[in-house]
Write a protein that binds this ligand. Sequence first.
Ligand code: GDP
Length: 444
Amino acid sequence: MFESLSQRLSSTVQRLRGRGRLTEDNIREALREVRVALLEADVALPVVQALVERIKVRAIGQEVLKSLTPGQALIKVVRDELTKLMGSAADELNLNVPAPAVILMAGLQGAGKTTTVGKLAKLLKERRKKKVMVVSCDVYRPAAIKQLETLAQQVDVLFFPSSTGQAPVDIAKAAVSEARKQFVDVLLVDTAGRLAIDPAMMDEIKKLHAGLDPVETLFVVDSMTGQDAATTARAFADALPLTGVVLTKTDGDARGGAALSVRYVTGRPIKFIGTAEKMDGLDVFHPDRVASRILDMGDVLSLVEEVERKVDKDKAAKLAEKVVKGKKFDLNDMHDQLEQMLNMGGLTTLLDKLPGIGAIPEKLKSQVNDKEIHRSIAIIRSMTKKERRHPTLLNGSRRARIARGSGTSPADVNKLMKQYQQMEKMMSKMSGGGLKGMMRGMKG
Ligand code: GDP
């Protein structure tokens, strides 16, 4: 998300970064560029005006001009104001009510509502250790009910069945009493979406809201629709007491106009963003981290959290132990490491969160892909157990066999072996005295 906005904004502010002196003229010119960048990112006009005005007031004041490092101070002001625009701190779900906490999901058809219900169920179950049930009140599309059932199975949460002959309010109420019986912590209610907001849809969702009294009412909207996302959310917020917005498909949105407009236009926080089609593609929305990302200061915090969550700690501990004890790093270890990288979303996802990445040309970035990792894993899997443990066995004919088995070329196998040798060398340098010495050094 934000690639193009980030490129423009960060180059504008970075240009001022190193300056020892800034004048009002420099700042005004930079702000003009900021304004154009925001408009091109499809941020709603009133939002652009408000944001640029707030930055201007602070930038032309004492804070920046009198600062010893005015460029840095300006970047800080832009970062602060971007953060504030999106809501300052992350807004968590409110689940502090007698169980079951009901979460009502609304949105237009195709926005990603049902997918988000599945993702949210998974997140609540795995990260917040909640017992979750889902139900669909989309009585117009049997396929939607079926889709939710499939997702519920996939993420392994309870599914309350419903059918097209029933009234949405009746389905929802029956689900609540079943959830209560089964000691469910959170009930997620999926609703029908239409192609555009219409009175019948509004009426139905209002009735559902009144009948359920949900603790959270989330509006799901496609970020690729830019500032329209904010306008649609606004129409819903006018009719229903929304507690938050979920922005989907941010992985396909290079501009970021929706993320920057929603809070200002609707007065409601963005609580989550959808970052991929798959079920773990949902992140808590952290305005401060997103602002840093837009200014290309990286999102190292999210990266660290992701690594903590996704790394297989047992395997990592085993490898560390091996290294410390000076045991040989073999191709099984390399295989595990490559798999861990894929688990973390692959190189492309990791890269996206590192500082300074915006400065790397798009063309170069697109060359970094995960094909290579997949290829390396396939090669190692075509080896016998013995070969993986004793890589020195791999002579020419064995390598040719492995290339055939993995659908690669002998050159690919040779390349992998070279990478392995480099890793092995690095590991053996760290092992024994090296790493222990390093650890002693850290403790001392
Ligand atoms: P609904 O009609 O609002 O329930 O929409 P669906 O949940 O059926 O989603 C519509 C399409 O958007 C599906 O193909 C989803 O896989 C896709 N989708 C949903 N969220 C995301 C996301 O965050 N990223 C991507 N890339 N696709 C998504």
